[in-house]
Write a protein that binds this ligand. Structure first.
Ligand code: HEM
Length: 235
């Protein structure tokens, strides 16, 4: 992945007595920045023990269900925060569709595995993530959108992970895999079209910065959630 853009440049204004560092505007589309400058965290997230156990087909159904439970807790909270933020934040109203809300897929998967949703207890990592969502809801809705960008983008790899788990477990169809593979064969075209809409979306520079910062924080939160689940999710 290319290196990050320089964060500042030196002013050449002849009226300045000394060189002054001023913030540079990042000319890349926000989507390019989101991908390139977060790939370090993607590498960390992808190669952590829990995602690797899944993609190698080594995770048990029981471990998978434990993971789904915590993902249900955090994504239910994030869905609710995004739905509320549609009223105030155009990029969320325009780009977060009902189909992209993830609680519905997690609920279907957990019901498939016979889990009573009422019995689920949030882990400390899930509670920390819910606290983060709540803080951003109050302070920075564009960062909240950044959280959503990462969970939506993660579907690209999750589809592949679902394929590997199906093969390892001799499972077929979408039951139990709705969260990992919500769009089936439409995954890539939907992602490309959505990214194109975001690239063209009118956001101010500070709003773009917030989306970016939110996205980075989502990678960190998901990594923490996965690590906390290692004892339960990896046999
Ligand atoms: C075994 C685990 C994983 C695999 C195999 C994987 C694989 C992939 C692949 C193939 C893509 C598409 C790259 C492209 O467009 O060229 C992708 C995109 C993405 N993945 Fe992953 N991934 C994994 C785990 C994760 C995790 C755990 C997260 C979140 C914490 C994540 C977040 C994303 C995001 C946000 C994108 C979109 C990048 C962008 O275009 O901005 N991935 N992943």
């Amino acid at each position: 992945m290319p290196a990050a853009n320089p964060e500042s440049r030196v002013s050449l204004c002849p009226h300045m007595r000394a060189p002054v560092s001023v913030p540079a505007v990042d000319s890349r589309p926000i989507t390019q920045r989101l991908k390139e400058d977060n790939w370090d965290l993607h590498e960390l997230a992808e190669h952590d023990r829990v995602p690797q156990a899944m993609v190698k087909g080594e995770m048990t159904r029981q471990g998978y269900v434990e993971l789904l439970k915590q993902l249900w807790v955090v994504n239910r909270g994030l869905d609710a925060a995004l739905v509320a933020a549609r009223a105030t934040t155009p990029v969320i109203a325009d780009l977060v569709s009902d189909r992209q809300l993830q609680e519905q897929y997690l609920r279907a998967d957990l019901e498939h595995f016979g889990v009573d949703l009422e019995s689920i207890e949030a882990s400390d990592a899930a509670r920390a993530m819910l606290g983060h969502v709540e803080t951003l809801s109050r302070t920075d809705a564009h960062a909240l959108f950044g959280l959503h960008y990462v969970r939506e983008g993660a579907n690209n790899g999750n589809k592949f992970v679902a394929m590997k788990l199906r093969k390892a477990w001799g499972a077929e169809g979408e039951s139990g895999f709705r969260y990992l593979d919500p769009y089936g064969k439409d995954q890539r075209p939907l992602w490309d079209a959505w990214k194109a809409r975001l690239a063209d979306y009118p956001l101010t520079e500070p709003e773009k910065d917030s989306v970016f910062i939110g996205a980075r924080s989502m990678f960190e939160q998901i990594i923490a959630l996965h690590r906390a689940l290692e004892p339960l999710a990896i046999a």
